[in-house]
Design a protein around this ligand. Structure first.
Ligand code: GLN
Length: 540
């Protein structure tokens, strides 16, 4: 029977709860345990699919096409365990399901209440993840203890603790231990209060992970936290801000014995942690042999979280070449041909990520034109591929006014359009092409080479528009190669320019599948080409 770890957060948000949970998952994996990770979000949106990346960061897409919270990206990157539709749900989804059942008469006239109806629904969704053979289900509760929305979730995990019995569940509380500069003191009171709130509803944390800006918590502070928060002294774990990389966190927690504590608390039978691959990775991160600059031209560039997986995947690409990548964020709206050309020439490579709507599109197209003309390594993702097709159509194939019907419904040359606007109509069932789709690669292409000679791959999608098949021949005649297609040949999945150092774009989102220990082929390819260019540019 699977055991459960519940991770709650206290004091403030943005402490990196998802990352800490993922790092813990990593430790359990390196102890040979089989785990599943789950994120529950107490907000009322039914799913994060429609939430603005400005507010909520990236929408992470799973193989089975769920549009989920970006923390699932951390889970996959740290643990290598694929997430699915089951790995994320919101309060909105729970209420929706309960109310639908009520309308359907499923409750046989009972009065519907927070407890037990809402809590039962939460518990059943949590337990759904515990398939046969899973040792531990890790559940991250979104938000902060004290939020009204979160109450039913805390009540549900309290009940699971009671129902499963001793040694079957563990509560870990992530808290913030601030340093008050004026007083020169570290303060434990917010943590005390946050734990007190948890205990009020019957949840007693067995470990306290303390996010702090100081390097080490003094002994008296640790003692105080232990005493007032009712956790044993060895269960007070500190998590200072990392210096070089988030991938340091698992080892940081391991060195304080957190995995041992979990194994003891949950009475798990497993070998010690094998962290050798992570230590090797950290050595590369700390002492890179090369440095390279990759420009990311995007609409939400100013925001770290909107392109979370892209930035991570670029870093992974660097790991594959023992390189540190400096990511240069470039706002698409600010690209003006003259000045931009000089600035972009300084870069090792350029990436144009996905996006929706027309803001910044002309800047992205201009950046791609510069990459194509100057021979700067380029990777286009989703909207980035569509912009590359538009750019090529306009400037290399002479199709003036070429555009996507997303931005210009009356474009004289709709080189990117909706499926239903095409001659070969494919019914996608919904409006977006979501989740894993197969892609057949052209043998001998740069795409096939990047994927190690693979004939067919599977990648995740999240888009509505497609390359217009009626323009394929004209573009091909001018030297654009369609190097990846759906198995039936109807959908363009990848394009490239054979006579360019490295110009590749894909309709799918490769960033979702990149992992630090398994960098994604296309990011490895981009950084490799960017590194070659960088080394060439160095004065002899
Ligand atoms: N807006 C484009 C489409 O819907 C691209 C989407 C994306 O980049 N994720 O097809």
């Amino acid at each position: 029977m699977a055991k459960y770890i519940f991770i709650t957060g206290g004091v403030v948000s943005s402490l990196g709860k998802g990352l800490t949970a993922a790092a813990l998952g990593n430790l359990l994996i390196s102890r040979g345990l089989s785990i599943r990770m789950l994120k529950v979000d107490p907000y009322l949106n039914v799913d994060p699919g429609t939430m603005s990346p400005f507010q909520h960061g990236e929408v992470y897409v799973t193989d089975d096409g769920a549009e989920t919270d970006l923390d699932l990206g951390h889970y996959e990157r740290f643990t290598g365990v694929p997430t699915s539709k089951l790995s994320n749900f919101t309060a909105g989804r729970i209420y929706w399901d309960v109310l639908r059942k009520e309308r359907h008469g499923d409750y046989l006239g009972a009065t519907i209440q927070m407890i037990p109806h809402i809590t039962d629904e939460i518990k059943s969704r949590i337990r759904r993840v515990a398939e046969d053979g899973v040792d531990v289900v890790m559940v991250e509760i979104g938000g902060t203890v004290g939020d009204i929305e979160g109450l039913t979730f805390l009540e549900a995990i309290r009940q699971i603790g009671l129902e499963e019995g001793p040694g079957q569940t563990m509560n870990i509380h992530l808290t913030y231990v601030p340093f008050i500069r004026a007083a020169g003191e570290v303060k434990t009171k917010p943590s005390q209060q946050s734990v007190a709130r948890l205990r009020e509803i019957g949840i007693v944390p067995q470990a306290l992970i303390c996010r702090t800006e100081v390097r080490h918590l003094a002994e008296d502070v640790r003692h105080k936290l232990s005493l007032f928060c009712n956790v044993s002294p060895n269960a007070v774990i500190e998590e200072p801000d990392v210096e070089t990389s988030i991938y340091e966190v698992p080892i940081m927690l391991h060195e304080q014995g957190l995995d041992d504590l979990i194994v003891e608390t949950l009475r798990l039978d497993c070998p010690p942690a094998d962290l050798a691959p992570w230590r090797d990775l950290l050595a590369i991160i700390r002492e890179p042999e090369h440095r390279v600059k990759i420009g990311v031209v995007g609409k939400y560039s100013e925001l770290q979280d909107a392109y979370k997986s892209i930035f991570e995947a670029i870093e992974h690409g660097g790991f594959a070449h023992h390189s540190r990548v400096e990511i240069v964020k470039i706002a698409a709206e600010e690209i003006e041909s003259g000045a931009a050309r000089e600035a972009l020439r300084e870069l090792g490579g350029i990436l144009v990520p996905g996006g929706f709507g027309d803001r910044g599109v002309e800047g992205k197209i201009e950046a791609i034109r510069i990459a194509r003309e100057e021979g700067i390594p380029f990777l286009g993702i989703c909207l980035g591929l569509q912009c590359a097709v538009i750019e090529f159509a306009r400037h290399a194939a002479g199709l003036e006014g070429a555009h996507s019907t997303e931005m210009d419904a009356d474009a004289p040359h709709p080189v990117v359009c909706l499926m239903e606007e095409q001659e070969t109509v494919i019914d996608l069932g919904g409006t977006m092409r979501l989740g894993a789709w197969p892609c057949v690669l052209t043998p001998g292409s740069r795409a096939a080479e990047a994927y190690g000679g693979a004939a067919e791959i599977s990648e995740r999608h999240r888009h509505r528009w497609e390359v217009n098949n009626s323009y394929r021949e004209r573009l091909e005649a001018q030297g654009l190669r369609f190097s990846g297609q759906s198995p039936d040949g109807h959908l363009v999945e990848m394009i490239e320019l054979p006579d360019h150092p490295w110009f590749v774009a894909c309709q799918f989102h490769p960033e979702f599948k990149s992992q630090p220990l398994a960098p994604h082929p296309l990011f490895r390819g981009l950084v490799g080409a960017a590194l070659a260019r960088t080394l060439e540019m160095l004065p002899a």
